[in-house]
Design a protein around this ligand. Structure first.
Ligand SMILES: [Zn+2]
Ligand SMILES: [Zn+2]
Length: 239
């Protein structure tokens, strides 16, 4: 029977199960609405119970199809974030171990699904992410609008979440203050007055930029820094 469950039914089962878990829908009404979608009541209850196990990181014994497992993991990651994804992965892993022990068979493709989502739990370096994002934008831009439009039509509206690590330079506040003082409200590149004043303290809005980037070994000192308007700052980085 399970092989006949459609993507649409899986999506509905997910949404109904989530509402039941959040206690905004009773189990009975949930089962009824899934039966109305042509699921049998036992499958409906399995979906609901398995979803609860996903959210609690607990073992579930009744089989959930690969397609449904994949969909549940994807949606929990999008809708609830990384901590709940971790629990869901825990539940699926326990299920795989349970099933493999019970039946002396292996579930390699289900394990591969788990591995794919486990990779999402590993924090990514934010600079690497931004670099790869830039490359992805460039390749999308190089593509034609029709191909892009086709992808946009099928794209998820909610972005995925991902844990990131970031290492930053601890900058010297005296360098920033002294360079702003030296600039006296004017961009040190285009010489124009700052575009606006900060609401918080009424001071001219300029950004302090390092001529030689700290990442490239530049010194965090007044001589290596300029106060620039946002335009000139962007130009310094991307122009
Ligand atoms: Zn400027
Ligand atoms: Zn800069």
């Amino acid at each position: 029977m399970r092989g006949h469950i459609t993507s649409q039914q899986i999506e509905t089962a997910y949404l109904v199960s989530a509402k039941i878990f959040d206690k905004t829908l009773s189990v009975e009404s949930g089962v009824n609405s899934l039966v109305a979608e042509n699921l049998n009541p036992n499958s409906a209850r399995d979906f609901i119970n398995n979803y609860r196990a996903f959210r609690q990181g607990k073992l579930y014994q009744r089989t959930l199809s690969q397609k449904a497992t994949d969909y549940f993991l994807k949606r929990i990651s999008m809708d609830n974030g990384i901590d709940d994804l971790r629990l869901a992965i825990q539940a699926v892993t326990q299920h795989i171990n349970y099933y493999e022990n019970l039946t002396s068979t292996n579930l390699p493709s289900l394990r591969r699904i788990v591995e794919r989502y486990t990779a999402e739990l590993i924090p990514m370096n934010v600079h690497e992410y931004l670099d790869s994002f830039e490359r992805d934008v460039s390749s999308s831009y190089a593509d034609n609008s029709a191909a892009r439009g086709e992808r946009l039509k099928n794209a998820a509206l909610q972005p995925k979440r991902r844990a990131m690590t970031v290492d930053v330079f601890i900058r010297n506040p005296d360098v920033v203050a002294e360079v702003l003082h030296r600039a006296n409200g004017n961009c040190e590149s285009c010489k124009q007055p700052a575009p606006f004043h900060r609401k918080s303290n009424g001071k001219a809005y300029l950004e302090v930029h390092h001529r030689i980037r700290l990442a490239d070994g530049g010194h965090d000192c007044v001589d290596n820094a300029v106060a620039v308007c946002p335009n000139c700052h962007r130009k310094a980085h991307y122009g």
